[in-house]
Design a protein around this ligand. Structure first.
Ligand code: COA
Length: 578
């Protein structure tokens, strides 16, 4: 079938659905929901058999749903309606939730049901539930709905689901999210912040200044302390702030001040944070109790695990340098395999565009900050490429984009959890050329023969890759179990097998020889210099595209058109196939 994906943005759920439908032989094109007239035009050009709306912020116009079947993905159980489905489910402590695929009709989320899929809820950030459980359930439900539609079946009216426990819930407003710091316990505070992460955050204030707060972490060492002092900010660790609740304390990782952008908390309040007591972590080793720890090391026999739980997968200059330091230390440990585990939701999305943007708010320079950030990323990638004493594995439990993908590729092996989406290209960010030694790493993997220009095509086409597709083109080495726990078990088993293999010494020797040969042929410094010459142009040159694109990305400007590489029906010469 010809399926038009009508969506607010090309987010990871839309990318995943597009890839899964394409894999099943459907022809996909994408249109952003910009205006009714634009949608009407897209439908007239593409003549879809079916419209699927994975992520919308407004209703589909009547002119469309009256004449075409439109399947809307709603992140709620059957009968649930309204724009804050997940927020309410998290705040109400639902133990099971789901995704429902409905047919669009006049009343929002009230159309007949084509399919539904359930999942157990986790105490986690809303954004994490969305990227994991919701995305997986949405894929299951949409594929089922599409199959049913193709088979000529009809959807089930809502009224025929008498057992449905979902109901109409209004938009969750800030008063319903508000934290009462004097009376809310830590569990309640965590739940409220989680239910609002990553959008819209909880409206609050810090140091008497209004802001929205995000990214809460528990602090178990203070559990059960007396309520005296509740609400006070009592310390900081790296960029996170520790704030008292009535029975303990929680860490606040990110903050958006009025009119500002989302930033690591201490960067949003630099002067106020600088006088707070530092609560340092004494070690890279994973701390036994729940606390704020973004970089953590674990060892199991001869396998070491380096975790880096960076919010949104964004890696600032400081984060890159700290991770570099941790990796250099890890390389001195008596382990034979180092697993770079990244974070649970993202492995890495490359340089930290918000921190870079923030440089323009003070008296800094975003160009300089971009330059420092990419150099810190490169130093980290170099440490990984040059790790001759161990086999390194990038184990991607979460999505990776842009420089994050190539940082992963700097490891010897890249293992990806089934369901993860990869975007190994840079051009979406204002035609950024990219670095992280991609010009060295990519051709060796995708087998560029210099004729087919496979690397150029990956960079130009800017298409997301599923975990399976990444293996098929040679970008990664294995697609492992989709279930989080099973993935970790799978990675651990494979890493242990490598560590215990009788030929490990030969394997490491071959790796060092290959590196030495490559270095003699063309030094890594030369690749870096060439890439950075292009990046210098992106950052400091006369064409401001990167700075403009970053500004819009960070400020979440609404799209005013669908990029041509997504809207195939807008290609010159496009004709509807017979
Ligand atoms: N720097 C700062 N923030 C970033 C980021 C980066 N490099 N990459 C993603 N984010 C943030 C987004 O702004 C969003 O923030 P929010 O929590 O306030 O909503 C959040 O991470 C999730 O991003 P989103 O786009 O919703 O996630 P996704 O999984 O749907 O899409 C990508 C993933 C990688 C396609 C998309 O995030 C992207 O294009 N990122 C930019 C990558 C890039 O160009 N990096 C710089 C060059 S190395």
């Amino acid at each position: 079938m010809r399926i038009l994906l009508l969506t607010h943005a090309f987010n990871s759920l839309t990318q995943r659905l597009g890839a899964e439908l394409t894999r099943r032989g459907h022809e996909i094109s994408i249109e952003f929901d910009i205006a009714d007239s634009v949608t009407e035009e897209a439908v007239a050009l593409f003549k879809p058999d079916l419209i699927v709306a994975p992520y919308l912020r407004r209703a589909i116009p009547e002119s469309i749903w009256k004449h075409h079947v439109c399947l809307v993905v709603h992140p709620g159980i059957v009968g649930d309606r309204g724009p804050s489905a997940l927020d309410w489910a998290l705040q109400d402590g639902e133990s099971e939730w789901g995704v429902t695929v409905l047919q669009a009709e006049a009343e929002m989320d009230a159309g007949p049901v084509w399919a539904t899929a359930a999942f157990p809820m986790r105490a986690a950030k809303k954004s994490s539930i969305y990227r994991n459980e919701v995305t997986q359930a949405a894929v299951t439900a949409v594929l089922r709905a599409v199959e049913r539609y193709a088979a000529g079946e009809a959807p089930t009216p809502l009224a025929a689901w008498p057992e449905a426990r979902g109901r109409l819930r209004p938009l969750m407003k800030q008063p319903e999210r508000a934290i009462d710091w004097l009376h809310d316990d830590s569990a309640t505070v965590l739940r409220k912040i989680n239910a609002a992460d990553g959008v819209p955050g909880v409206a609050d204030s810090l140091f008497g200044i209004p802001c929205h707060i995000f990214d809460a972490w528990p602090e178990a060492s203070l559990a059960g302390v007396s309520p005296a002092g509740a609400g006070r900010v009592i310390g900081r660790r790296e960029t996170a702030l520790l704030r008292r609740t009535c029975d303990g304390a929680v860490w606040i990782g990110h903050v958006r001040r009025e009119g500002g952008i989302k930033l690591p908390a201490s960067l949003a309040f630099p002067a106020e944070s600088s006088v707070l007591a530092e609560v340092p972590l004494p070690t890279w080793w994973r701390i036994e109790y729940a606390t704020w720890q973004d970089i953590a090391w674990e060892e199991s026999g001869e396998v070491g695990w380096l975790h880096f739980e960076f919010y949104n997968g964004a890696m600032s200059t400081t984060q890159c340098r700290r991770l570099h330091e941790a990796l250099a230390w890890a390389r001195t440990r008596p382990v034979r395999v180092i697993v770079l585990a990244g974070g649970a939701d993202f492995w890495s999305n490359g340089i930290h565009l918000n921190v870079i943007e923030a440089a323009s708010l003070g008296d800094g320079s975003p160009a300089d900050e971009s330059w420092n950030n990419i150099n810190a990323m490169n130093d980290l990638a170099l440490e990984l490429i040059n790790s001759g004493r161990q086999i390194t594995v990038a184990a991607l439990a979460g999505n990776a984009g842009a420089g994050g993908c190539f940082l992963a590729r700097a490891a010897d092996l890249v293992w990806v959890r089934d369901g993860v989406m990869l975007n190994p290209h840079y051009k979406n960010m204002g035609n950024l050329y990219g670095s992280e030694y991609w010009t060295y790493l990519l051709p060796r993997r995708v087998g560029d023969d210099g004729v087919g220009d496979k690397c150029g095509a990956i960079m130009r086409n800017r298409q997301p890759l599923t975990a399976q597709a990444a293996v098929e083109i040679g970008f990664s080495d294995a697609c492992l179990a989709g279930d989080m726990a099973a993935f970790r078990v799978d990675v651990a088993r494979r890493a242990m097998e490598i560590a215990a293999a009788p030929d490990l010494a030969e394997r490491l020797a071959a790796k060092r020889e290959r590196r030495a040969r490559d270095e003699a042929e063309k030094p890594l410094a030369a690749y870096r210099e060439e890439e950075l010459a292009q990046m210098r142009r992106n950052f400091y040159g006369f064409d401001p595209s990167y700075h403009v694109a970053r500004h819009h990305f960070v400020r979440k400007s609404l799209a005013s058109w669908t990029p041509r590489h997504l809207a195939r029906h807008r290609d010159l010469g496009w004709t509807v196939p017979e």
